[in-house]
Ligand binder design. Structure first.
Ligand SMILES: NC(=O)C1=CN([C@@H]2O[C@H](COP(=O)(O)OP(=O)(O)OC[C@H]3O[C@@H](n4cnc5c(N)ncnc54)[C@H](O)[C@@H]3O)[C@@H](O)[C@H]2O)C=CC1
Ligand SMILES: O=C(O)C(=O)Cc1ccc(O)cc1
Length: 367
């Protein structure tokens, strides 16, 4: 597949996606655009992109896929700019931002232009920034959340996931509100807390520098993320404001609860506070293989002609069976392909299998 891919924002994430796409589609041409000319120069010299340009309109006009990988506020401005530029009919535009509601609002304005916007968020990264930190395997085994809109054609969703298959990430679909709530809880709130702890130690260190020296071990580990890009995190907090404000309130309540336990010297409650947290933490899925959420996958043979995918997804939608992930496996022009469908539960998988077989589709279970 020879695709014209444009990446706007040549940093850690944009650079890593460029490498992952090139690894699975060596024929594709990856063009880069960044307001920081040093980043463009570096991306060229590290062979992360093959072409670049100073004029956004010129660079995007022939793109099959446009990936916006800048901080969220800039991404929204870029989406607004794209809405007044000529784009290729059928192009896919996506982003990688850590918040999704306001990005989706801006992205959806593109949908009337004959292009499809699909929100995206690879849930992996680092506190490092810049294209020099980019790695082809950055997203391996991580969740990659896509937030399609109700109008997003399945075919476009599949095309995007296929383009990104070199990430080796696990694609899941969420609506933007759920995304922002989950990301708020597991990523944005912890980030605020890590940075607050660093502030507290810094303040104490101004009175006695020994504190900083002592903060070398566990403190460094739990505050690693506080070394991340302030621009990126400023934008995340502003764009997930409505989700984060109540969460910060709940956090304060947690602090009050533990404060009261300490004040009243309630040893039993303090013990339970830690024992319950330990049990929950020990039960969290780890990054190890097999520790991911269970996915219930079904493979369906599909002839390569238009309308088949929408027929399959339409049949399932009529029965209210949600598909959490959909991907074409090894489909080449003119031959049969296989569609991999993922479901939330085993019962959805069984109902889907029965239904599709009733409609003459051949199915087989995940190996
Ligand atoms: N860093 C991480 O671990 C993760 C970050 N994200 C999201 O990915 C996006 C990018 O983050 P990183 O790659 O880490 O940041 P980065 O700081 O490494 O790179 C961002 C790049 O965007 C460029 N940029 C800024 N405004 C621009 C504009 N108007 N036009 C063109 N380029 C522009 C910057 O010059 C920079 O090169 C953010 O939206 C962030 O929320 C998502 C998952 C993980
Ligand atoms: O450095 C880490 O451990 C991260 O968690 C990086 C990260 C930052 C922002 C995201 O939206 C997703 C991942």
């Amino acid at each position: 597949m020879k695709k014209n891919v444009v990446i706007i924002g040549l940093g850690l994430i944009g650079g890593s996606l460029a490498l992952a796409i090139k690894s699975s589609y060596p024929q594709s041409v990856i063009k880069g655009f960044d307001v920081n000319k040093q980043a463009v120069k570096l991306a060229r010299s590290l062979q992360i992109i093959q072409e670049d340009g100073d004029n956004l309109g010129e660079i995007v006009k022939d793109a099959d896929v446009i990936i916006i990988a800048s901080p969220v506020e800039s991404s929204i401005k870029i989406l607004d700019e794209l809405s007044s530029l000529p784009l290729k009919e059928g192009a896919i535009v996506t982003d990688v931002g850590s918040t999704k509601q306001s990005v989706m609002e801006a992205g959806n304005r593109l949908n009337g232009k004959g292009v499809t916007f699909i929100g995206g968020h690879p849930m992996a990264g680092s506190h490092k920034t810049g294209v020099e930190a980019a790695r082809e395997r950055l997203f391996e085994n991580a969740f990659y959340i896509l937030t399609p809109s109700e109008e997003t054609p399945d075919s476009k969703l599949i095309q995007l996931q296929n383009l990104l298959k070199g990430t080796r990430a696990k694609f899941i679909q969420l609506d933007a509100v759920s995304h922002d709530r989950f990301a708020g809880l597991v990523s944005h709130l912890p980030h605020i807390i890590a940075s607050s702890l660093v502030h507290q130690v810094k303040k104490a260190g101004e009175e006695d520098p020994l504190v900083q020296q002592l903060a070398a071990g566990g403190f460094r580990d739990i505050t690693r993320i506080a070394s991340a890009s302030p621009t990126m995190w400023r934008d995340i907090l502003i764009h997930n404001r409505s989700t984060l404000l109540p969460m910060i309130g709940e956090w304060k309540e947690q602090m009050t609860r533990i404060e009261e336990m300490i004040e009243s010297e309630n040893a039993e409650m303090i013990y339970d506070f830690f024992a319950d947290a330990k049990a929950a933490r020990d039960n969290l899925p780890s990054k190890k293989k097999g520790a991911m959420l269970p996915f219930y996958d079904l493979f369906v043979d599909i002839p390569d002609h238009p309308g088949v995918i929408s027929d399959v997804t339409g049949l399932l939608a009529k029965q209210n069976i949600s598909i959490t992930n959909i991907r074409i496996i090894e489909a080449r022009e003119g031959i049969m392909g296989a569609l991999r469908l993922s479901f939330r539960s085993e019962s959805d998988l069984i109902t889907a299998k029965t239904l599709l077989e009733e409609h003459m589709y051949e199915t087989y279970d995940a190996p």
